[in-house]
Design a protein around this ligand. Sequence first.
Ligand code: CMP
Length: 143
Amino acid sequence: MERTFLMVKPDGVQRNLVGEIVSRFEKKGFKLVGAKLMSVDRALAENHYAEHKERPFFGDLVEFITSSPVFAMVWEGEGVIATARKMMGSTNPADAAPGTIRGDYGVQMSQNIIHGSDSPESAKREINLFFSQDEALTYEKAV
Ligand code: CMP
């Protein structure tokens, strides 16, 4: 079954949005298979955001993501990568539709509350970066 990596960023944790965000994905019908509150160190941040290394905002991005804890998650379900991206809304909260997480709670591009993998390749890479094999579980769920 498809899996994706989602992360409530420092602004989302600071603003007490972890429960609300988990709840949205639970209610949608996806299965939570891994989750932890954690600090992101510089090496992990630079690795995670490697594709943005040459962008002018890279330094600020690394600074921000290492500034205070994040809530890292692995979610499972049919089409979860694309559907989670729809539920998150556009990267820039100013463009994100009401009803999406960023549309409802975000204002700034640099503090856009949540990160989600954008493809099966990045989902696999990001899950492996943030979670050891025994931290992402396999279990049956009745509903
Ligand atoms: P995320 O989905 O975590 O992936 C990369 C992040 O870089 C993105 O969310 C934004 O928070 C940030 N980002 C992308 N473009 C810009 C930009 N032009 N200025 C500042 N931050 C940006």
